[in-house]
Design a protein around this ligand. Structure first.
Ligand code: AMP
Length: 395
């Protein structure tokens, strides 16, 4: 079956068409500036890339353009839309209602809408994408795959905040966690590569991209993760602050004259390694700045590495041990110096990095010595494939 995977943002839409039997990507692409003007990048496998400016007043227009390109005689990869057997949608927040992927019936869509207030930037955009696909491909099954679902196995002691309990009971204020599709895929793939069953392993996954989170996966289940009610909690990220003393919000608002919501925007968009260094949110730029002697960039990276190492330590405690630590996502997969710097804190676990094995980018491999007590691995994430697999399983 051919599965169209859709990841819809407020003004963008990423897609992949995947053949579920071979698991090959037939085409992938990106619509940007939806509602502004519109730009499409379409990459059909084995054919020339197409980049065009095209009006996209709304998401339905964007999906329509994607479908036209997928079936185009020159740059297309299928002869008719009837070849698409199902559509899998990334949905950011499933609240406590969704502990697994699900077919998107009208009742399910209503329930997702109720989660909108928990992810006001993401969920409404996801729903618009679903609506557009339903309109343009009536009768084709649509499946929702939630970023939060994998973490629904977290025990109460991991997801409750130290707040008055009625905030949880009345307003669902608790830790949910994100990147669940990635943490699930990577932890299972690590077990597969090692020839073990996920049920027999304690794995810590470090998803270090622009957004970043760590997850403790015990016997195949998420038992703790670093993001919380929103994706702001936890690690220092590209532009997000991660954990901080909540009193800072009022303190900074008082000093700068900003409103609380303006301070929150700073915490989400102008903090992290970008805000700390004043250079960039991209680790490649920061590495270059450090080489040129930029002390703020060095401080930002040192603080970033230290925070990841502290979370790994916390999750070793949460699981009473660890067998495998995985690095994934843009920086985790590609930045050997970042992996080495984090693992330098893990000598107490018996982690020994093999520098030759670590000197690589984006390859599935073990990067510790044969004697290392804990295995450290690079496992490139593949959220689209995980979404396609869940979609096929449900239809
Ligand atoms: P993601 O969110 O997974 O797409 O990751 C994006 C981030 O990965 C970028 O902001 C970069 O900081 C980082 N990244 C990508 N390639 C490299 C690389 N070769 N070296 C270091 N960091 C990288």
């Amino acid at each position: 079956m051919k599965v169209l995977v859709i990841n819809c943002g407020s003004s963008s839409l990423k897609y992949q068409l995947i053949d579920s039997e071979s698991e090959n990507v037939l085409a992938k692409g990106l619509c940007e500036r939806i509602g502004i003007d519109g730009r499409l990048t379409h990459k059909p496998t084995g054919k020339d890339k197409v980049e065009i400016e095209a009006p996209m007043p709304d998401h339905t227009a964007a999906v329509s353009l994607v479908l036209q390109h997928l079936t185009d005689p020159v740059c297309g990869v299928i002869s008719s839309l009837s070849e698409i057997g199902a559509v899998g949608h990334r949905v950011v927040h499933g609240g406590e209602k969704f502990a697994a992927s699900t077919l998107l019936t009208d009742e399910v869509l209503e329930q997702i809408e109720k989660c909108n207030e928990l992810a006001p930037l993401h969920n409404p955009a996801n729903l618009i994408g679903i609506d557009a696909c339903k309109k343009l491909m009536p009768g084709v099954p649509q499946v929702g795959v939630f970023d939060t679902a994998f973490h629904q196995t977290m025990p109460k002691k991991a997801f409750l905040y130290g707040l008055p309990i009625e905030y949880y009971e009345k307003y669902a204020v608790r830790r949910y966690g994100f990147h669940g599709t990635s943490h699930s895929y990577v932890s299972k793939r690590a077990a597969e590569i090692l020839g073990k069953k996920p049920e027999d392993l304690k794995v810590i996954v470090c998803h270090l991209g622009n957004g970043a989170s760590v997850c403790a996966v015990k016997n195949g289940k998420s038992v703790d993760t670093s993001m919380g009610l929103t994706p702001l909690e936890g690690l220092i990220m590209g532009t997000r602050s991660g954990d901080l003393d909540p009193a800072i919000l009022e303190f900074v608002a008082g000093k700068t004259g900003m409103s609380l919501s303006e301070v929150l925007t700073v915490l989400n968009k102008k903090s992290g390694v970008l805000g700390m260094s004043g250079v960039s949110s991209d680790f490649r730029d920061l590495d270059a700045a450090v080489k040129e002697g930029n002390q703020k960039a060095k401080d930002a990276l040192d603080t970033y590495y230290y925070r990841v190492a502290k979370y790994i330590g916390a999750y070793v405690a949460a699981m009473n041990g660890v067998d495998v630590i995985c690095f994934t996502a843009g920086a985790g997969e590609n930045d050997a110096h970042l992996r080495k710097s984090i693992c330098e804190y893990l000598g107490y676990l018996g982690v020994e990095i093999d520098d030759e094995k670590n000197a690589c980018r984006g390859e599935e491999r073990v990067i510790t010595t044969d004697d290392s007590k804990v295995k450290v691995m690079i496992v490139p994430t593949n959220e689209e494939l995980a979404i396609a697999r869940d979609t096929v399983a449900l239809v």
